[in-house]
Design a binder for this molecule. Sequence first.
Ligand SMILES: Nc1ncnc2c1ncn2[C@@H]1O[C@H](COP(=O)(O)OP(=O)(O)OP(=O)(O)O)[C@@H](O)[C@H]1O
Length: 257
Amino acid sequence: MSDMLLEVRGLKVVFDGFHAIDGLDLTVERDEIRFLIGPNGAGKTTLVDAITGLVKPAAGSIRFEGAELVRRREHQIVRRGVGRTFQTPTVFEQLTVLDNVDVAASFRMRFGSLLRQRRGTSPGVLDALRAVGLDELADANAGVLSHGQRQWLEVAMVLVQGPRLLLLDEPVAGMTGDERTRTGELIERIAAEGTTVLVIEHDMDFVRRFATRVTVMHEGRILTEGTVGEVQQDETVREVYLGRPRDARGAGAEAVA
Ligand SMILES: Nc1ncnc2c1ncn2[C@@H]1O[C@H](COP(=O)(O)OP(=O)(O)OP(=O)(O)O)[C@@H](O)[C@H]1O
């Protein structure tokens, strides 16, 4: 029997009359690593923004563990167990690596305050740093981290909030080959430990290496779903990518070939 974690039905997001999400249906099952691909402007980030309460849908439903997320506020959605990272990591450069995660940990506490006096580090902070391989840099200033390390720090800042669904927006953009491999392995570990992961990604080499199931978006809807091999063979997927020029990040026609 399937164990549905996220169920999106008839979702619409409209910006000044433009339907960025246009009647989208999507289901994600517990413990999956799902990759979400599609040409620029397909609506991938807008979908994640809608799931996490950053944009308000014009219509439709987003159910997480059976509970409706539409019209809930961002922090309520975090507390319900949905975490996300952004294309550009948002870390506090003037704080240490450990303090960044500690601050993030306080967001999950209902009456927590960033300014309150606390003794010691919040539970789970060191575990989160170990999970992403930054424990040895715990006392370093976040401002000195490389781009890849910042991405991992942002993942730790989400992991410490104990998400059951983690949404990653282009986690390997700008990373070296070695950092990409480490990030793929990190995603696999996170999933193996019980957090379902939805990854938006343009880098098809990365998708080929780490994806089992891939969902393709186009013009605000799901075009198709399947294994990497299946979506690569799909004529409509090839047409969607062929209809657009190759972009700077390599998301053009040859990316799905
Ligand atoms: N706040 C906004 N106001 C107006 N239009 C927007 C807004 N956010 C996104 N859009 C538009 O909605 C469409 C979908 O954008 P979105 O960023 O979700 O696509 P994407 O698939 O994530 O693209 P990319 O791969 O380039 O990141 C685009 O045409 C974009 O210009």
